[in-house]
Design a protein around this ligand. Structure first.
Ligand SMILES: *[C@@H]1O[C@H](CO)[C@@H](O)[C@H](O)[C@H]1NC(C)=O
Ligand SMILES: *[C@@H]1O[C@H](CO)[C@@H](O)[C@H](O)[C@H]1NC(C)=O
Ligand SMILES: *[C@@H]1O[C@H](CO)[C@@H](O)[C@H](O)[C@H]1NC(C)=O
Length: 613
């Protein structure tokens, strides 16, 4: 497929822009729908009024109808500016910001942490560490000895004693995490970290329990009198030295193995949420249903307006049959107990404690594609590229239609798009919008995208990359190194079995990441959607609309190449500023100081008050 390399398209007058929200499912089992219903194009999220606004570019003005994405970008710029305005430069300002945001004194070691952050030239905005407090806060309701016993009980550990980190595990993730922690070990108090070796997160504490823990934790949140503060971490009791009465209180940990993960994970949602009240779907051998009103809360005029909310699923019960993780993950081992288990990513309701994912620290070329990042924007193909394996979970003949990557790739089948047999179904039916006729949509899609699986990841392993139940619907393409993918301007990022490990590479790539995800990572609070990357709904109904906003279509839909370039550049520059390995070190040092404190018997009086004396 050849893509024209285009310079920035000049802005032109345009007619009323038509927002495309297209979701294509060519994935029909013979029993599910008549062949003619092969394509479902849904536009479920309401329209927008075109407005005339002035756009300034160079020294001339042009009339340009307002697109809803313009507003989202503007809001993001403001949000980011507000965040940056909170940057602190001195230890005492950082400590004051800490107390304001956390309601406690900083932990012992804060002064060293701050000196380290400064030495590493880190941007210090207290919000950047919000994830740590989100993850650790419920543990303030658990007795410290129980937290420590919980860590000891889990099976893979890194132990820190007398400023030295060690592990008995040779699992490669543990080795990478050990390598990371060893760079800061001299600043760490004694502790035992339990690590999750699986792709999937492990803890789903029921919402009701977390709610109770959070209430208890908030009672313990106070600024203690300076005179009462203990400023040194205690020595960590050796396993066995822990008071046995506390051990006895520890509930037994039950590990659940039900592969239908939705049934487990929804208990992390509030009792009245969609996820808790919606009927549980058990038939996944069906056309994906994206017709519900579920995305309304996080979308405005068809596009993601609240990215954080878009990555939670409690208000999106339809996702139970649209994402592999809910349908059938590769492995499930889940518990209701709140245990201190560290891992690289999790869903919004999981209670695992986030560390930077191992591949971010090890910077494997497979995930970073560092070489390709040198290609300047103007020299890239004006098109979207996606290559990947049909992961998402364990796909089978009767469930693969409900997997996100299969859904996404199927949307790009131009034969299906062009077919006169294909029906375009607009939902709800009272809201019909102009779409390009099928052959124009197909032409535009083939000119602007290259999306294919490289391996069908079959349930019958001996046939890969081919697969007798999915290959009839998908042509595979050869793999393409990440560095070559970076010769394309647009990089949709679709979750696999868990979070997409390429994301950091995408951000650094000089191309534009367009991200749909349900996964949380250590860095989430330092990135702003629409400022550093483009967010996409997990149904992908906004995908073609997003791409059209940037690349345009014919004379009536102008390209906004410079807008795409601006976001891509901002993401790259910001990643080089706050997502460096140094920033991971600063994050992990802060995290482990907090973890050591919450697991210490005298945690309520432990603190750093050097600035108040
Ligand atoms: C996004 O949604 C969350 C959860 O409902 C809410 O707390 C937050 O204020 C929303 N953010 C914006 C910018 O609307
Ligand atoms: C696919 O191959 C497997 C294993 O060889 C076989 O059991 C199954 O019936 C085949 N399915 C189809 C749809 O051909
Ligand atoms: C498009 O879909 C048809 C029928 O489902 C399939 O035969 C064809 O291989 C698909 N094309 C691509 C490029 O995947």
């Amino acid at each position: 497929m050849a893509f024209p390399r285009r310079p920035s398209a000049a802005l032109r007058y345009l007619l009323v822009a038509i927002l495309l929200a297209v979701t294509f499912y060519a994935l029909l089992g013979p029993t599910n729908l008549a062949p003619n219903d092969g394509l479902v194009i849904a536009r479920p999220w309401g329209g927008y009024e075109a407005e005339q606004v002035f756009v300034h570019r160079g020294d001339y003005h042009q009339h340009q109808p307002k697109h809803p994405i313009d507003d989202l970008i503007k809001t993001a710029e403001q949000e980011f500016a507000d965040k940056l305005a909170k940057e602190t430069y001195t230890l005492s300002d950082a400590a004051a910001a800490y107390r304001r945001r956390r309601g406690r004194h900083p932990p012992p070691g804060f002064e060293e942490w701050h000196a380290f952050a400064q030495e590493k030239n880190a941007v210090v905005v207290e919000e950047f560490w919000d994830q740590i407090y989100h993850d650790l806060e419920p543990f303030w309701a658990i007795k410290p000895a129980v937290i420590r016993a919980g860590a000891n009980k889990l099976d893979m550990h890194i132990e820190i004693r007398d400023g030295e980190a060690t592990t008995g595990s040779d699992w490669f993730w543990t080795q990478i995490w050990l390598d990371m922690i060893k760079t800061i070990e001299h600043m760490l108090p004694d502790m035992v970290l339990a690590l999750n070796a699986m792709d999937e997160p492990r803890l789903v504490v029921p919402w009701e329990d977390i709610d109770r823990y959070m209430k208890e934790a908030s009672k313990k949140r106070k600024i203690v009198d300076v005179a009462d503060v203990v400023t040194r971490f205690p020595r960590l009791p050796k396993p066995g030295e822990t008071p046995s009465d506390d051990e006895a209180e520890m509930p037994e940990t039950v590990w659940e193995r039900d592969k239908h993960y939705w049934k487990i994970v929804r208990r992390g949602c509030p009792p009245t949420s969609d996820a808790r009240v919606a009927p549980i779907i058990t038939n996944f051998n069906r056309t994906p249903d994206i017709t519900g009103p579920f995305a309304l809360d996080h979308m405005r005029n068809g596009y993601v307006s609240n990215y954080t909310l878009s990555t939670t699923f409690c208000h999106q019960a339809d996702l139970q049959a649209l994402e592999g993780i809910f349908v059938e993950p590769l492995s499930v081992s889940a518990t209701k107990s709140l245990l201190p288990l560290f891992g690289g990513s999790k869903l919004a309701v999981n209670n695992d404690i986030l560390l930077p994912a191992p591949m971010y620290w090890s910077e494997e070329e497979r995930f970073t594609g560092a070489e390709g990042a040198a290609t300047p924007w103007f020299a890239k193909y004006t098109a979207a590229i996606w290559r990947g394996v049909a992961t998402g979970g364990l796909n089978r003949p009767d469930n693969w239609r409900s997997f996100q990557r299969h859904r996404f790739v199927a949307m790009h089948n131009t034969t299906q798009l062009a077919s006169p047999e294909t029906k375009l179904n607009f939902i709800p039916p009272d809201k019909r919008y102009d779409l390009p006729p099928p052959d124009d949509l197909a032409r535009w899609t083939s000119e602007t995208t290259s999306v294919a699986f490289t391996n069908m990841m079959c349930a019958f392993k001996d046939t890969e990359p081919w697969c007798n139940y999915t290959s009839p619907y998908f042509e595979t393409a050869p793999g393409m190194p990440m560095a070559e993918q970076f010769a394309f301007k647009f990089l949709p990022d679709i979750d696999g079995n868990s979070f997409s490990g390429r994301y950091l590479g995408f951000l650094r790539s000089t191309s534009l990441p367009i991200k749909a995800t349900l996964w949380r990572e250590w860095h989430d609070s330092r990135l702003v959607a629409w400022k550093h990357f483009v967010p996409m709904d997990s149904r992908f109904g906004d995908w073609f609309g997003l791409l059209e906003y940037f690349v345009g279509n014919g004379d009536t839909k102008p390209a906004r190449d410079h807008v795409a370039e601006r976001i891509a550049t901002a993401g790259k520059q910001w990643a080089a500023r706050v997502l460096r390995k140094e920033d991971m070190q600063v994050y992990v040092l802060r995290l482990l100081l907090e973890y050591a404190r919450v697991a210490s018997d005298d945690r309520e009086v432990l603190g750093w008050v050097g600035d108040l004396k």
